[in-house]
Design a binder for this molecule. Structure first.
Ligand SMILES: NC(=O)c1ccc[n+]([C@@H]2O[C@H](COP(=O)([O-])OP(=O)(O)OC[C@H]3O[C@@H](n4cnc5c(N)ncnc54)[C@H](OP(=O)(O)O)[C@@H]3O)[C@@H](O)[C@H]2O)c1
Length: 199
């Protein structure tokens, strides 16, 4: 198992040390164009059963949107939408036939729900991710499942202290959802409780 982080992390290193060689930590930035290729080399020919692209950023809030710079907007859309697709594209040849590739999206990326009033640029970046995933699927039609996942509103740095969902509950739900989709080709937009979200 590979865990990719851009910043060395003591708790992840400790987990890797306990895992007896089953977990390797790889340093990499999601926005690095060569990341997918580097990870493919790390696989050393092993098929990839699960790919989870979790990293994402909030970007400018609604109140800051009008003043956001081109660099901020570029970073937001590269991190949240384009870079996950690059990783998926690079690693698709290594995916197991009954594998699952999941990208952390957001219910704010649902165009029809329109729930990103406070964070419309973030919502637009996740809508862009969803669109890229759907079109990638339509073009490639792979045998493995591709998921856009909403983790709930979770108490993380991004979600904030008042978010109702604990990280452990979100992660447990996401793992169940991902495992339930193994062997089912196609693209789905689901939350951490397995509810289907409208695109
Ligand atoms: N929390 C929520 O309520 C919520 C709701 C809907 C969707 N989501 C999505 O769920 C995912 C996880 O969110 P979170 O709440 O855990 O966010 P978070 O607390 O802000 O953590 C984001 C993580 O992404 C990493 N990251 C950001 N940019 C990166 C890059 N360029 N390369 C590598 N790593 C990068 C960060 O690494 P560093 O530690 O190095 O900064 C951090 O570990 C995101 O895609 C987010 O959009 C979250």
């Amino acid at each position: 198992m590979l865990a990719v982080v851009r910043t060395p992390n003591a708790s992840l290193q400790a987990l890797a040390a306990q895992a007896g060689g089953r977990l390797r930590v790889v340093l990499g930035d999601l926005c690095e164009s060569r990341l997918g290729g580097r990870l493919a080399e790390e696989l050393q020919g092993e098929p990839l059963d699960r790919l989870i692209v979790n990293a994402g950023i909030m970007g400018p809030l609604e109140s800051e949107g009008q003043r956001a710079t081109a660099a901020e907007l570029g970073e937001l859309f590269l991190t949240n939408a384009v870079a996950p697709l690059r990783v998926l594209e690079a690693l698709a040849p290594y995916m197991a036939a009954k594998g699952v590739a999941a990208c952390l999206s957001s219910q704010m990326g649902s165009v029809s729900l329109a729930r990103a009033v406070e964070m419309p640029l973030y919502g637009a970046s996740k809508a862009a991710l969803n669109s890229l995933l759907q079109n990638w699927m339509a073009g490639r039609q792979p045998s493995f499942a591709v998921l856009a996942l909403h983790p709930g509103w979770v108490r993380t740095e991004l979600g904030g202290a008042s978010a109702p969902v604990a990280i452990s509950d979100s992660v447990a739900g996401l793992v169940t959802v991902i495992e339930s989709r193994a062997g089912q080709a196609g693209c789905a937009f689901l939350d951490h409780q397995g509810q289907v979200l409208p695109w």
